[in-house]
Design a protein around this ligand. Sequence first.
Ligand SMILES: Cc1cc2nc3c(=O)[nH]c(=O)nc-3n(C[C@H](O)[C@H](O)[C@H](O)COP(=O)(O)OP(=O)(O)OC[C@H]3O[C@@H](n4cnc5c(N)ncnc54)[C@H](O)[C@@H]3O)c2cc1C
Ligand code: SF4
Length: 451
Amino acid sequence: MASDRKVDIQSHRLSDDEYQQNFSDVKPALTAYQAHIESNRCLYCEDAPCISACPTRINIPSFIQKIADNNTTGAAKTILEANILGGSCARVCPTEILCEGVCVRNKEPEYAPIKIGRLQRYALDNFNPDVHPFQRLPSSGKKVAIVGAGPAGMACAHHLARQGHSVVMFDKKPKAGGLNEYGIAHYKMQDDFAQKELEFILELGGIELKPDVALGQSLHLDTLRQEYDAVFLALGLNKCKKLGLEQEVQHGLENSLEYITDIRQAQDLAHIPVGNKVVVIGAGNTAVDIACQTKRLGAGQVTLVYRRGVANMSATDKELEFARQNDVAIITWARPVALVTNKKHQLTAIQFERTQLDDAGQLRSTQEHFELAADSVFKAIGQEFDSQCFSGSEAPDFSNNRIKVDTDYKTSLSNVWAGGDCIHHDGEDLTVQSVEHGKQAANSIHHYLEQ
Ligand SMILES: Cc1cc2nc3c(=O)[nH]c(=O)nc-3n(C[C@H](O)[C@H](O)[C@H](O)COP(=O)(O)OP(=O)(O)OC[C@H]3O[C@@H](n4cnc5c(N)ncnc54)[C@H](O)[C@@H]3O)c2cc1C
Ligand code: SF4
């Protein structure tokens, strides 16, 4: 399909002040006074529901009470004992569906949960101990290889190093941190926080970081299994799912994660080119993130399109509300069927077909079509596990296209564990969930190494 429409993709759409304002912290730290008021609202419930709703089981009433007692150091230690990445989780956790979602203060007459996430951030932002809060046990003489230095890998490394094991953490990227460094929206994690948190973890000692090393290329699982006592795979999901349209590779069809990475790594946001008309295909938090970030880069019109209804979207209500606040239009019950290009083979529009559910609850087309002008179309329909990393080695078993593990995060291979987004699990793909996987896997690996 051809059109005469000129493509409008430009950098420098906004003033320096506008860029700064649009990408500043969306959830800034509480002041000492606000933290005092908020921590005193907590009822310090005995059988606190907020603890069970936290995947890492932070003793929330205990740390909040310490803040109320002006003991922020004690509060920070309580958080870090359960969740070594408590600082990033305080910034990125969808608390509305976790701890804050079950807080008893949600009830009448207040309908306002304790701001647990922001109190957690307050405690950790104000934590400047003279001595590192964790010490290593004497060396065990055991070596563990971790592949993937994202939240799961870092949490596992920390817990194993504490037990006296020597850890080498490999990552294919130049910087460690995983999606904390390359994927989380700029306005959620500022001031190089991912690298600061990593440095704090490395200060413990016993963890060697080897960046720019990719499993499946210069590094092989078979070799790691021979050279190390145990291996932990924390590879995340890094293959973008395809839209399934014939012209999949047209100029203008973008991979959301690559674009988000460019924004996160940009020295100057003004240099990032953005389309005037942007269409995002998807329904999860990545779709919302890319939609809001392109709008904040100065796109004139951003439309998010999803093949089912709002109730089926995996983005949380709060994320969808954030999208609406950012003037992102949301169209439901429509799926892409064709890309429209101009004579230069640049994408200019995208055609959709309206969808509906049939009596059996299956998604069906209605034969009704519409077109949206687009300078850029972003695929945000999910990430897949890329099993290429096991080429040339014996691979672990898979389940639902991810690595299969047992309840101890052990794979089908003798000395190999796995955790984080790359495994098949019941929970959501969240930072805090990956931290817990890394922690639990470290406990299991430690028991194995002690035998
Ligand atoms: C755009 C986006 C936004 C998100 N926003 C949020 C949010 O706001 N809140 C939230 O809780 N969660 C969010 N998530 C989810 C969260 O980031 C992930 O659940 C979490 O990062 C998973 O941690 P992980 O350690 O399993 O994997 P990752 O963070 O993906 O880390 C995997 C690491 O493995 C490395 N690696 C991969 N393959 C190889 C290889 N072959 N060799 C060597 N190294 C390799 C990668 O470079 C990477 O560093 C978001 C995800 C995306 C994609
Ligand atoms: S549920 Fe709410 S009020 Fe109760 S301990 Fe947790 S944060 Fe405090």
